[in-house]
Design a protein around this ligand. Structure first.
Ligand code: LP5
Ligand code: MN
Length: 244
């Protein structure tokens, strides 16, 4: 039976080759027969521009392109770590870029896809940061710097983010229910699939007086998490341990 696969928050980086290996094996064993693969952001730990060509980025592009050439359409939505990934890398990897809020038809069912960071509106520090780094002016200024300078800035941002996250409450770091309701109502979607919070779960909601679901994918810190949606409308949120 035809199926579609969803993943997010792999945070691929050179220092964790076991995650890259798990991803390559995942593409071969879990995606090969899928119609579509959706990557809902944070595929990479940090993305500083398509002009950086690391061995890791090249390997991932080759593997994704091979999957695409075998018949699986691949879509990529930006995460808060890799929002600078642009058309150049998407073309190299055979991925189609999706907007921040994408409504797709899953075998006839409308489903809203988001990375999920924009739903965390109680995190005012992050909201402010997000607004600043998503402007074309700040992105152009960042991209005009040398790769070494950009690497340093990204490293500092990650360190600051990690330091600040450790003192933020769980509530602040999770989605705001009212924002979820508002965005799903706006798109008239009874299903939302998202990542970012690293809290994999299927939530029951009511949207437009109808039962609705918010499906949260998990990150690939210890297990590989994915959602498999079958042509007959059944879906499963699955995980498997990552071999070290
Ligand atoms: O990523 P994660 O899960 O640790 O935390 C996120 C939020 N943090 C971020 C920051 C990223 O981790 C940094 C990634 C770097 C990407 C490559 C560089 C591209 C630079 C482009 C410049 C134009 O997204 C975190 C949330 C958390 O999710 C949960 O939702 O809380 O938010 C923060 O940590 C934000 C801080 O609270 C405030 C901002 C600190 C950074 C300030 C840096 C200086 C600004 C420089 C502007 C050019
Ligand atoms: Mn994220």
């Amino acid at each position: 039976m035809s199926c579609t696969v969803f993943i997010s928050d792999l945070h691929l980086e050179e220092t964790r080759p076991e995650i890259t290996d798990a991803f390559i094996s995942f593409l071969e064993h879990k995606c090969h027969n899928a119609d579509r693969l959706y990557i809902l952001g944070d595929l990479f730990e940090a993305w500083i521009g398509d002009d950086e060509h690391t061995p890791l980025q090249n390997t991932i592009a080759e593997q994704l392109l091979a999957l695409k050439n075998s018949g699986t359409t691949i879509y990529f939505q930006h995460g808060n770590r890799d929002f600078l990934l642009q058309q150049d890398y998407a073309t190299r990897s055979g991925m189609e870029l999706l907007p921040e809020e994408a409504v797709i038809s899953l075998y006839g069912t409308p489903v809203l896809l988001m990375h999920g960071d924009s739903l965390c509106t109680r995190d005012t520090g992050y909201m402010h940061f997000r607004k600043t780094v998503r402007t074309p002016v700040s992105q152009a200024a960042f991209l005009a710097r040398s790769l070494d300078e950009r690497k340093l800035v990204a490293k500092q941002m990650r360190q600051l983010s990690q330091a600040q996250n450790s003192s933020k409450s769980n509530e602040i770091m999770d989605v705001t229910e009212a924002e979820v309701e508002s965005v799903m109502t706006h798109h008239q979607a009874q299903y939302l699939i998202q990542g970012h919070t690293h809290r994999p779960k299927i939530h029951d909601l009511t949207i437009l007086s109808q039962p609705a679901k918010r499906i949260v994918l998990g990150d690939w810190e210890n297990s590989l998490w994915y959602l498999r949606w079958l042509e007959n409308g059944e879906y499963q949120l699955l995980h498997e341990p990552i071999k070290l």
